[in-house]
Design a binder for this molecule. Structure first.
Ligand code: NAD
Ligand code: IPM
Ligand code: MN
Length: 361
């Protein structure tokens, strides 16, 4: 039976990069027998402009009825003056919450062809293959109370709450341990247990869950040290598991190890395997509309979708191989280009991936 994919391009470079991933999906459908039906929807600023809300009811309904969602990016200066409740980012957070997408997988893999694209020395990053498992529907992003209040003195006070229940911690730790069992069997749980009670609980639960995985080596690291270690010696990590906000920050940091934030895909999964797939980067307003954004993170997110939600691992391997091929051919968008590389734009990169797919027929 045909699988349903909801396409949410969003804002800024979102439509440009999603367009290239859609070309890849069309190629798999037309030339490789992938049975998919694509539907377009609105989220973020684009949805606000059309419907006055960043996550219209019909988008939620379409997402629920889909096997997977492919999202570009949301946000931009135009919508920054809006109240937080209707900002584009709320649309994305709302989708994550509505679909219960608590497990965010962000793999940072260095393609050997990009060893010199990283700002770190090639020997520090070559062979890099780490997986950041970020909790996505809890923590300080969603904790109550939150807001800005005016004190009697007339001064304003802003507040957010870091909160996790044991079951929320346990389920994300299980995703991390299960992932580690299919990898190098090492989990590093990142917290701030020396300061925050909530993450002291996190550490305790991590140790308890770890007892169910005797083959996996569990370590703990404070987040400040983890950020430093990621740039000092990133290959010491296999799976890193952490809270919503720490995971947001550490994954941008890890992206740079792979050459560019334009290379890092992600999968956000719920308990029933339904998923949303998006690059980890944002709407890149500084380059939007110029046709220069790197579409590979979005194309690689599509590959994760094939693997995790569409039960099409073989098709995913085709996409991964096609990405390797175009990098091997020396094609580079500006963010990963060095002297001597062939610089291409967003569409040319997408077309090259499709050509590489077809060549593999
Ligand atoms: P950003 O990730 O959009 O951009 C950071 C830098 O990386 C910019 O210089 C940008 O040009 C570059 N970059 C990002 N993606 C790229 C790509 N594919 N190819 C080449 N270069 C790329 O982060 P920001 O500037 O902090 O945020 C911009 C907007 O995006 C904000 O409104 C923010 O809220 C939003 N945002 C959305 C998401 C999302 O939708 N998942 C993620 C992060 C930020
Ligand atoms: C990401 C983004 C989002 C986040 C924003 C846009 C809400 O930075 O997906 O990494 O903080 O989760
Ligand atoms: Mn982020």
């Amino acid at each position: 039976m045909s699988k349903k994919i909801l396409i949410l391009p969003g804002d800024g470079i979102g439509p440009e990069i999603v367009n290239e991933a859609v070309k890849v999906l069309h190629c798999l459908r037309d030339d490789f027998g992938l049975e998919v039906e694509l539907t377009d929807g609105l989220v973020g600023g684009a949805a606000y402009d059309a419907h006055g809300h960043p996550l219209p009811e019909q988008t939620v309904a379409l997402a629920r009825a889909s096997d997977a969602v492919l999202l570009g990016a949301v946000g931009g200066a135009k919508w920054e003056p809006l109240p937080i409740a209707v900002r584009p980012e709320k649309g994305l957070l709302g989708l994550r919450a509505e679909l219960g997408l608590f497990a965010n997988l962000r793999p940072a893999i260095l393609y050997p062809q990009l060893a010199s694209a990283s700002t770190l020395r090639p020997e520090v990053v070559s062979g890099l293959d780490i997986l950041i498992v970020r909790e996505l529907t809890g923590g300080i992003y969603f904790g109550q109370p939150r807001g800005v209040e005016t004190l009697d003195s007339g001064e304003r006070r802003g507040f957010n709450t870091l909160v996790y229940t044991e079951s929320e911690i346990e389920r994300i730790l299980r995703v991390a341990f299960d992932s580690a069992m299919r990898r190098d069997k090492r989990v590093c749980s990142v917290d701030k247990a020396n300061v925050l009670e909530c993450t002291e609980l996190w550490r305790e639960v991590a140790m308890r869950v770890g007892q169910d995985y005797p083959e996996v080596e569990l370590s703990h690291m404070y987040v400040d040290n983890a950020a430093m270690q990621l740039v000092r010696a990133p290959k010491q990590f296999d799976v890193m598991v952490t809270t919503n906000m720490f995971g947001d920050i550490l994954s941008d940091c890890a992206a740079m190890l792979t050459g560019s934030i334009g290379m890092l895909p992600s999968a956000s999964l719920n308990a029933s395997g339904q998923g949303m797939y998006e690059p980890i980067h944002g709407s890149a307003p500084d380059i939007a509309g110029k046709g220069v954004a790197n579409p590979l993170a979005t194309i690689l997110s599509t590959s994760m979708m094939l693997r995790y939600s569409l039960n099409a691992a073989e098709q995913a391997e085709r996409v991964d191989a096609a990405v390797s091929t175009v990098l091997e051919q020396g094609l580079r968008t500006a963010d990963i280009a060095a002297d001597g590389d062939r610089r291409v734009g967003t569409a040319e990169m997408g077309d090259a991936v499709v050509a590489a797919l077809r060549a593999g027929l």
